[in-house]
Write a protein that binds this ligand. Sequence first.
Ligand code: PLP
Length: 423
Amino acid sequence: MIDPSFDKDHLWHPYTSMQNPLPVYAVSHAQGVRIYLEDGTALIDGMASWWSAIHGYRHPVLDAAAKAQLDRMSHVMFGGLTHAPAVELGQLLVQLTPPGLDLVFFSDSGSVSVEVAIKLALQYWIAGGQPGKNRLLTLRKGYHGDTFAAMAVCDPVTGMHHLFNDVLTKQFFVSEPHSPFGTECPATELAELRTTLARHQQQIAAVILEPIVQGAGRMYFYAADYLLQVRALCDEFNVLLIADEIATGFGRSGKLFACEHANISPDIMCVGKALTGGYLTLAATLCTQQVGAMISHNGGVLMHGPTFMANPLACAIAVASIKLLLASPWQQQIAAIESQLYSELTPCLLSSRVAAVRVLGAIGVVEMHEPVSMAEAQRYFVGQGVWIRPFGKLVYLMPPYIISPEDLRQLTTAILQFVQSAS
Ligand SMILES: *Cc1c(COP(=O)(O)O)cnc(C)c1O
């Protein structure tokens, strides 16, 4: 058993205070869709460890890939050296991502892959003789990570801008989309984006956005038509398009990548989270040959190179995870999860505390009128034998794709009872 007081006194958790930390639960192990606490409690996982554990925990194929790679090497530097796991993963990513994304930069986490994407965009215009194009345009209510360049494109209100106002680069923001997924989007909804691009195209390097699913900032699914029109505007005003697929990549929205809903290719794309099936931290930034060629002409180099770049252990597991996904009936699994989430979460609307229910792919969202207490909600859900971690007004599910209908029903039932309990 661990000493919980050491954790409380010494370990930071995500977004917590050391004076008044939120309660944490000690996990002994996890298997399939179940997380086992040290006291023996089994919890059905509704979060896939923040979008990542798409195959569940301790999948035999991924465990075997990890062990096999450990017997070769867990790490070796990527400066001047290469290895099969990196090459094989690169091949898969080039093949599977939208057409044109042919170059791959491996990094350690989603936030860093966003930094690299921004650096690619800025270096593209520096190399192209337009160094004044060094600002980004993004959507309100977005989330792109916690490092400084990424923070600067997170929502200015719910993000951390007030805290770091003097430090963050001032970027351009336009209103978030309001046409829901599955609808056409009136051109008026892009009027502000068009005006901003028209007025500031000499300063704007790229538009960065989360395709289709605005995640941590909002948990909202917007019209594919909106994304299609953004792509056209980027071309019209000569700015690059960066798609942050860190949350959406590898099937979560019902397509392998969310850009496919609009049939578009961005110039630069970030993937992370589910890349290794939740085993290790790894991310990648892809870009077109055009971006690579511009940066590299006249002897230019991309100025980035993390110590653990293309970590072989992480790459080997990522290769195994992607192959496992492709060999599975993932489209049917996600379609089945989608229809079950839809039918079992819709009754939440009968509660006066609930403002909206949204479902896309293997993502189910119940938006409340008022923020819920995370600590209380967690305690409630653990008592129900499920692991669900709301934030703000959002109670949501993004389970591993392998979840059974019975286990999924326990998750949706717990949410339904939760929203009914205090009404
Ligand atoms: C989680 C996330 C990130 C940040 O990834 P980390 O691995 O946490 O650094 C960036 N963008 C989106 C859309 C995300 O969901």
